[in-house]
Write a protein that binds this ligand. Sequence first.
Ligand code: GTP
Length: 200
Amino acid sequence: MGTKCKIAVLGSPAVGKSALVVRFLTKRFIWEYDPTLEFTYPCSCQVDDEPVAMEILDTAGQVESNQTNFEGTVRWADAFILVFSVTDRHTFKQISILKNQIDEIKRSKNVSCVIIGNKIDLEHQRQVGTAEAERMAADCATAYFETSACDGSPEIDEAFHEVYREVKRRRYLDSRGGRRRSSAQQVRHVLNNFLTKIHT
Ligand SMILES: Nc1nc2c(ncn2[C@@H]2O[C@H](COP(=O)(O)OP(=O)(O)OP(=O)(O)O)[C@@H](O)[C@H]2O)c(=O)[nH]1
């Protein structure tokens, strides 16, 4: 069965979200999709020899324009893959806006997230350089991957695996935070008992 992890793939229309999800799931490239469709795919995979049960939500491109739907998607997901096309600067600019919206809805700056610059096979149409994208990803404190869903670069698997590792790291830190809180509560409890005994 494996550890569960819900991943939402977000980004502007036509950046290749569906193509990346399909490539990750089937290792194949399919040229055309219905842009209005939104699917959740179950997927069992191994990340660092650990079985993981992923649920991957491939959002329709206009999801951000439907605020209720968008908020529901963000609340649902444990992690996010934010996709832009290196051939379209406008889609790149949307990424930091999207990241801020996610942080606001999750009320956290520690959201598990990776960024993908897709369509690197169209090098002659490139509008966003690697260094510039890496700087933006560093500002968002996320890993950055460049991919071609068309050519099937190994970075596609790596991006899905890395976002799961992020989830795992955050869950570990949260559980340690939880334990710290409970041991602080224990100390308070012992102290209260002690003080009660002194005063009686
Ligand atoms: N050359 C090239 N074309 C790609 C790549 N990825 C996707 N495409 C093409 O780009 C177009 C959009 O791809 P989709 O996967 O439908 O993009 P999307 O982001 O899911 O689009 P929406 O569902 O509208 O949000 C399709 O014609 C794909 O064949 C890529 O890596 N390289």
